[in-house]
Design a protein. Structure first.
Length: 364
């Protein structure tokens, strides 16, 4: 019998990190989560945790070089600029921080006798330049590299070269817009929930706050976590790139009534509004809601994370048109991963999870 599989999930407290930990635990793996703070899993399950700031090379080396039995890495860590989310994506310093963080995870694991078999990294549709210009419809993994500054390709080249040298395999995953049951981070759903609760409190209808209508795809974090667990052991995933989506398409206004029902608010007509500014301007109203329902999300910023900024981007708020971003997931399906999720259900299930955990007020 060979050594037991043990996965290190980097970025353990993030949206995809939490989902990946849940997926690996469900599949019977030993899991070590690494992030600055330990996440609480929606399932309540326990796992081994190492607290480390991955930007600190020495701290990462000291903490991770002791983990000699790690066989797999699911890398879901990311450093974002909290003040300027979208412009930060092309920032040279931010790119270097993200490149260093990945090295700070992998280098200690290969410094001695390495048990490493596989590493997964995350990119996203920004690899195709979706935040900069129109992309091919659908974008395919085989498309030529888009020539723009980002850390995705640097990380991919580093993992490819290191894998070749040290004899492990790797997989690159490109999920479309990711949402899920974890607060904070780049999840738009906590921001939508807070926006809805404030509207209800003020006697205002829950109108769609964004810009022009457009059709999009997304990837539920739980599904991305399942793909990471599949890729860790599937020979078809070795040294490959895969786009990841739920498998359907949606338009924000079409899913708005279902979210309104889950949240117990009255849907209304369009109300072009910056979600970021609205939440900021009504922080006192949120504080009242938290007090009345004894919510666990009194720290508004840690609940919403950068989801409000991301919501304005995702809703095409103030933009002449929404992003035209469709990716082909045929390659992933042909490789053997065929799970799919209904996007409307994914949104509503996550919002209901926030209500159940007393992070959002109950639907009245």
């Amino acid at each position: 019998m060979g050594t037991r599989n043990k996965v290190l999930v980097a970025g353990a407290s993030g949206l995809i990190g939490v989902a990946a930990i849940e997926s690996f635990l469900s599949a019977g793996w030993d899991v070590v989560g690494v992030s600055r703070r330990k996440p609480v899993l929606p399932s309540g399950k326990g796992f081994e945790f190492v607290s480390v700031d991955l930007r600190d090379e020495k701290a990462a080396r000291d903490a991770l070089s002791a983990l000699s039995d790690i066989t797999h890495v699911a890398y879901a860590a990311i450093y974002e600029n909290s003040d300027a989310l979208v412009s930060g994506w092309s920032n040279a310093d931010q790119i270097e921080v993200n490149n260093a963080m990945l090295r700070n995870v992998i280098e200690p694991l290969i410094s001695g006798k390495s048990a490493l078999k596989h590493v997964s990294i995350l990119q996203g549709t920004k690899a195709y330049g979706v935040h900069l210009h129109p992309i091919a419809i659908p974008a395919r993994e085989s498309d030529p590299r888009d020539d723009h500054a980002n850390f995705f390709f640097d990380q991919q080249d580093y993992v490819r070269d290191t894998a070749k040298k040290y004899g492990f395999t790797y997989t690159v995953l490109r999920p479309q817009l990711v949402t899920g049951k974890t607060p904070g981070a780049l999840n738009v759903l906590p921001a939508i929930g807070v926006y809805a609760a404030i509207r209800r409190e003020k006697g205002e209808a829950f109108g769609f706050p964004g810009g022009p209508s457009f059709v999009w795809e997304m990837a539920d974090a739980d599904l991305v976590g399942q793909v990471m667990a599949w890729a860790a052991q599937s020979p078809q995933a070795a040294n490959e790139i895969f786009n990841v989506t739920n498998g359907d398409v949606f338009e924000w206004r079409s899913v708005w009534p279902a979210m309104a029902k889950t949240l117990g608010v009255k849907a209304g007509g369009d109300e072009p509004t910056s979600v970021t500014e609205y939440i900021l301007d009504n922080a006192d109203v949120w504080a009242k809601i938290v007090a009345r329902y004894d919510l666990a999300s009194g720290d508004l910023r840690s609940f919403v994370g950068q989801g409000d900024q991301h919501a304005d981007f995702a809703f095409a708020s103030g933009a002449p048109a929404g992003p035209v971003a469709f990716v082909s997931t045929v390659k992933l399906r042909k490789a053997g991963f065929n799970a799919a999720v209904d996007t409307q259900d994914a949104f509503c299930d996550a919002l209901q999870s926030f209500i159940d955990r007393k992070l959002l007020p109950p639907a009245l």
